[in-house]
Design a protein around this ligand. Structure first.
Ligand SMILES: Cc1ncc(COP(=O)(O)O)c(C=O)c1O
Length: 475
């Protein structure tokens, strides 16, 4: 029997050690020391007199959210305490009619698929291109979206993820213009882009580029608590009241004042001289780090040279993507070496690369530990031997047989994954993170999909839902 409280003790021990976080949350456990944030228990209240109510804001919360909207240039901004997830669910439920057709990027986060399920939507997917060199999914083609909207006049909204988990940004302005010409809204999952507006070294935010609803996880890249996020809304193509109704449904009726105050403090601090100075220092250090990493002989830093190819409109340089492709180790092994030999914890690894999230809260010492570790590991690797530059089958277009709701609500059976070819999936299979489905409910298993799942498991990636195949029982 373990000594309780096990979770609490484990957290205390881990955070006191010298492990450095290149992952969320964006405050990197530094914000308390910088701002003198008090004992969290002392600020943790409920909706007592004078403290307003997130679900019916009329006082201090209303004032604070109006200020946040003015900072970001939105008509409305809403504080979210259940992550971007609740913002995405509310945006879809409030802005896309039940049972209608949504055009969405196929590499969306699972929260978008859950919104599709809850609203019984039919899906049309726009697939990103794939870059063999790094093994990353790329941008979305505005022309393809335009063509798809012309071909199907029933599409009632477009939802894209930009930037992606890897910091790939699509041409949001062109996509917004195309949507508006068709008189439909554009929703952008900008979960990874809350920091864009704080430096001209980052891409422009979707909000400036004409998107109607933009959802940002401030906890991912700004100095804010986990679970805190923002939903920005521009009036015109969406019914604000409807979105607000769903925000009430999908958010806790006891929203945390710590989280709300943490959002306000985080974005306020970014606006102050200290936040601006630190952002300048951070982006300067980041440029230096990236210059150094370009000298690696075997590992490869994904850099700005990819902008302009494969529908990549821009990239977020704060995401440090280092590919191990062709070096003899894979992304999982690189991640393990960084953890075990250097005490550096990455945000994510795929079979080909690792992703480090860097933010304004990173110390120069931390960034230099990352640089030294990559340069060191690079020297120990060779080009010869090891995993070859194998062709990637990820650029598949899955056949959709049933809608997500039809499939998820159907009777199902569980069979060995290897026997699932030709059957319709009754569930999701994805690697987490990033949580992008390899197969979604209603799609047909192909040999290619089965091979990918098996390979990911062999490579040691964290595959959810692929222990066996859950398939729709009636076909
Ligand atoms: C692209 C993307 N969208 C949405 C989400 C959900 O965000 P949250 O964890 O804030 O609910 C994530 C989480 O990782 C994500 O990567």
């Amino acid at each position: 029997m373990a000594d309780f409280p096990v979770l609490y003790e484990k957290l205390k021990k881990y955070t006191a050690a010298d492990f450095y976080p290149f992952h969320m949350p964006g405050h990197k456990r530094q914000m308390g020391g910088i701002t003198g944030f008090p004992d969290p228990y002392r600020l943790d209240i409920t909706e007592i007199d004078g403290f307003d109510n997130l679900h019916h804001p009329e006082g201090v919360i209303k004032e604070s959210m109006e200020w946040a909207a003015s900072v970001y240039g939105a008509d409305r901004a809403y504080y979210l305490v259940n992550g971007s997830t609740c913002g995405i669910l509310s945006a879809i439920s409030g802005a896309v009619p039940q049972g209608s057709v949504i055009l969405m990027s196929r590499n969306c986060h699972k929260a978008v698929y859950h919104g599709v399920f809850l609203n019984s939507l039919k899906t049309k997917y726009v697939y990103p291109q794939f870059m063999e060199e790094y093994g990353v999914q790329c941008g979305l083609s505005p022309e393809k979206i335009q063509r798809m909207l012309k071909e199907d006049r029933n599409i009632s909204a477009v939802l894209i993820g930009s930037p992606t988990y890897d910091g790939i940004v699509s041409d949001v302005k062109s996509i917004a213009d195309i949507c508006h010409k068709s008189d439909i809204p554009l929703i952008v999952d900008e979960a990874h882009g809350a920091h864009f507006r704080y430096s001209d070294r980052f891409p422009a935010s979707a909000l400036e580029l004409g998107a109607d609803i933009v959802i940002q996880s401030v906890h991912k890249t700004l100095p804010c608590f986990t679970q805190s996020a923002l939903l920005h809304l521009r009036e015109g193509y969406v019914d604000r009241k409807k979105v607000e109704r769903y925000l009430q449904i999908y958010q806790s009726s006891s929203p945390s004042y710590l989280l709300m105050a943490g959002i306000e403090l985080g974005i306020w601090w970014m606006e102050q001289d200290e936040g601006k100075r630190r952002m300048k220092d951070f982006t300067d250090s980041l440029s230096e780090l990236r210059r150094e990493l370009k000298n690696m002989k075997n590992l490869r830093l994904m850099g700005e040279e990819i902008v302009g190819s494969k529908d990549i409109f821009d990239i977020d340089i704060s995401k440090v993507i280092v590919s191990a492709k062709g070096t003899g180790i894979n992304g999982v092994q690189l991640c393990r070496r960084l953890r075990e030999e250097y005490h550096l914890e990455m945000e994510m690894c795929t079979e080909d690369y690792v992703t480090a999230i860097t933010t304004v809260m990173d110390t120069r010492e931390g960034l230099w530990r990352l640089k030294d570790a990559f340069l060191d590991i690079d020297k120990s690797l060779g080009k010869e031997g090891g995993s070859p530059w194998r062709p990637h089958p990820e650029n598949w277009e899955a056949e959709q047989v049933l809608t997500i709701r039809e499939a998820w609500d159907s009777p199902r059976e569980t069979i060995p994954l290897k026997e699932s070819e030709g059957r319709i999936s009754g569930g999701f299979i994805y690697v987490y993170p990033p949580g992008i489905p390899i197969i979604a409910p209603g799609e047909r298993f192909t040999k290619k999909i089965i091979d990918i799942v098996c390979r990911y498991k062999e490579e040691g990636l964290c595959v959810h839902g692929g222990e066996a195949a859950e398939v729709v029982a009636i076909q």
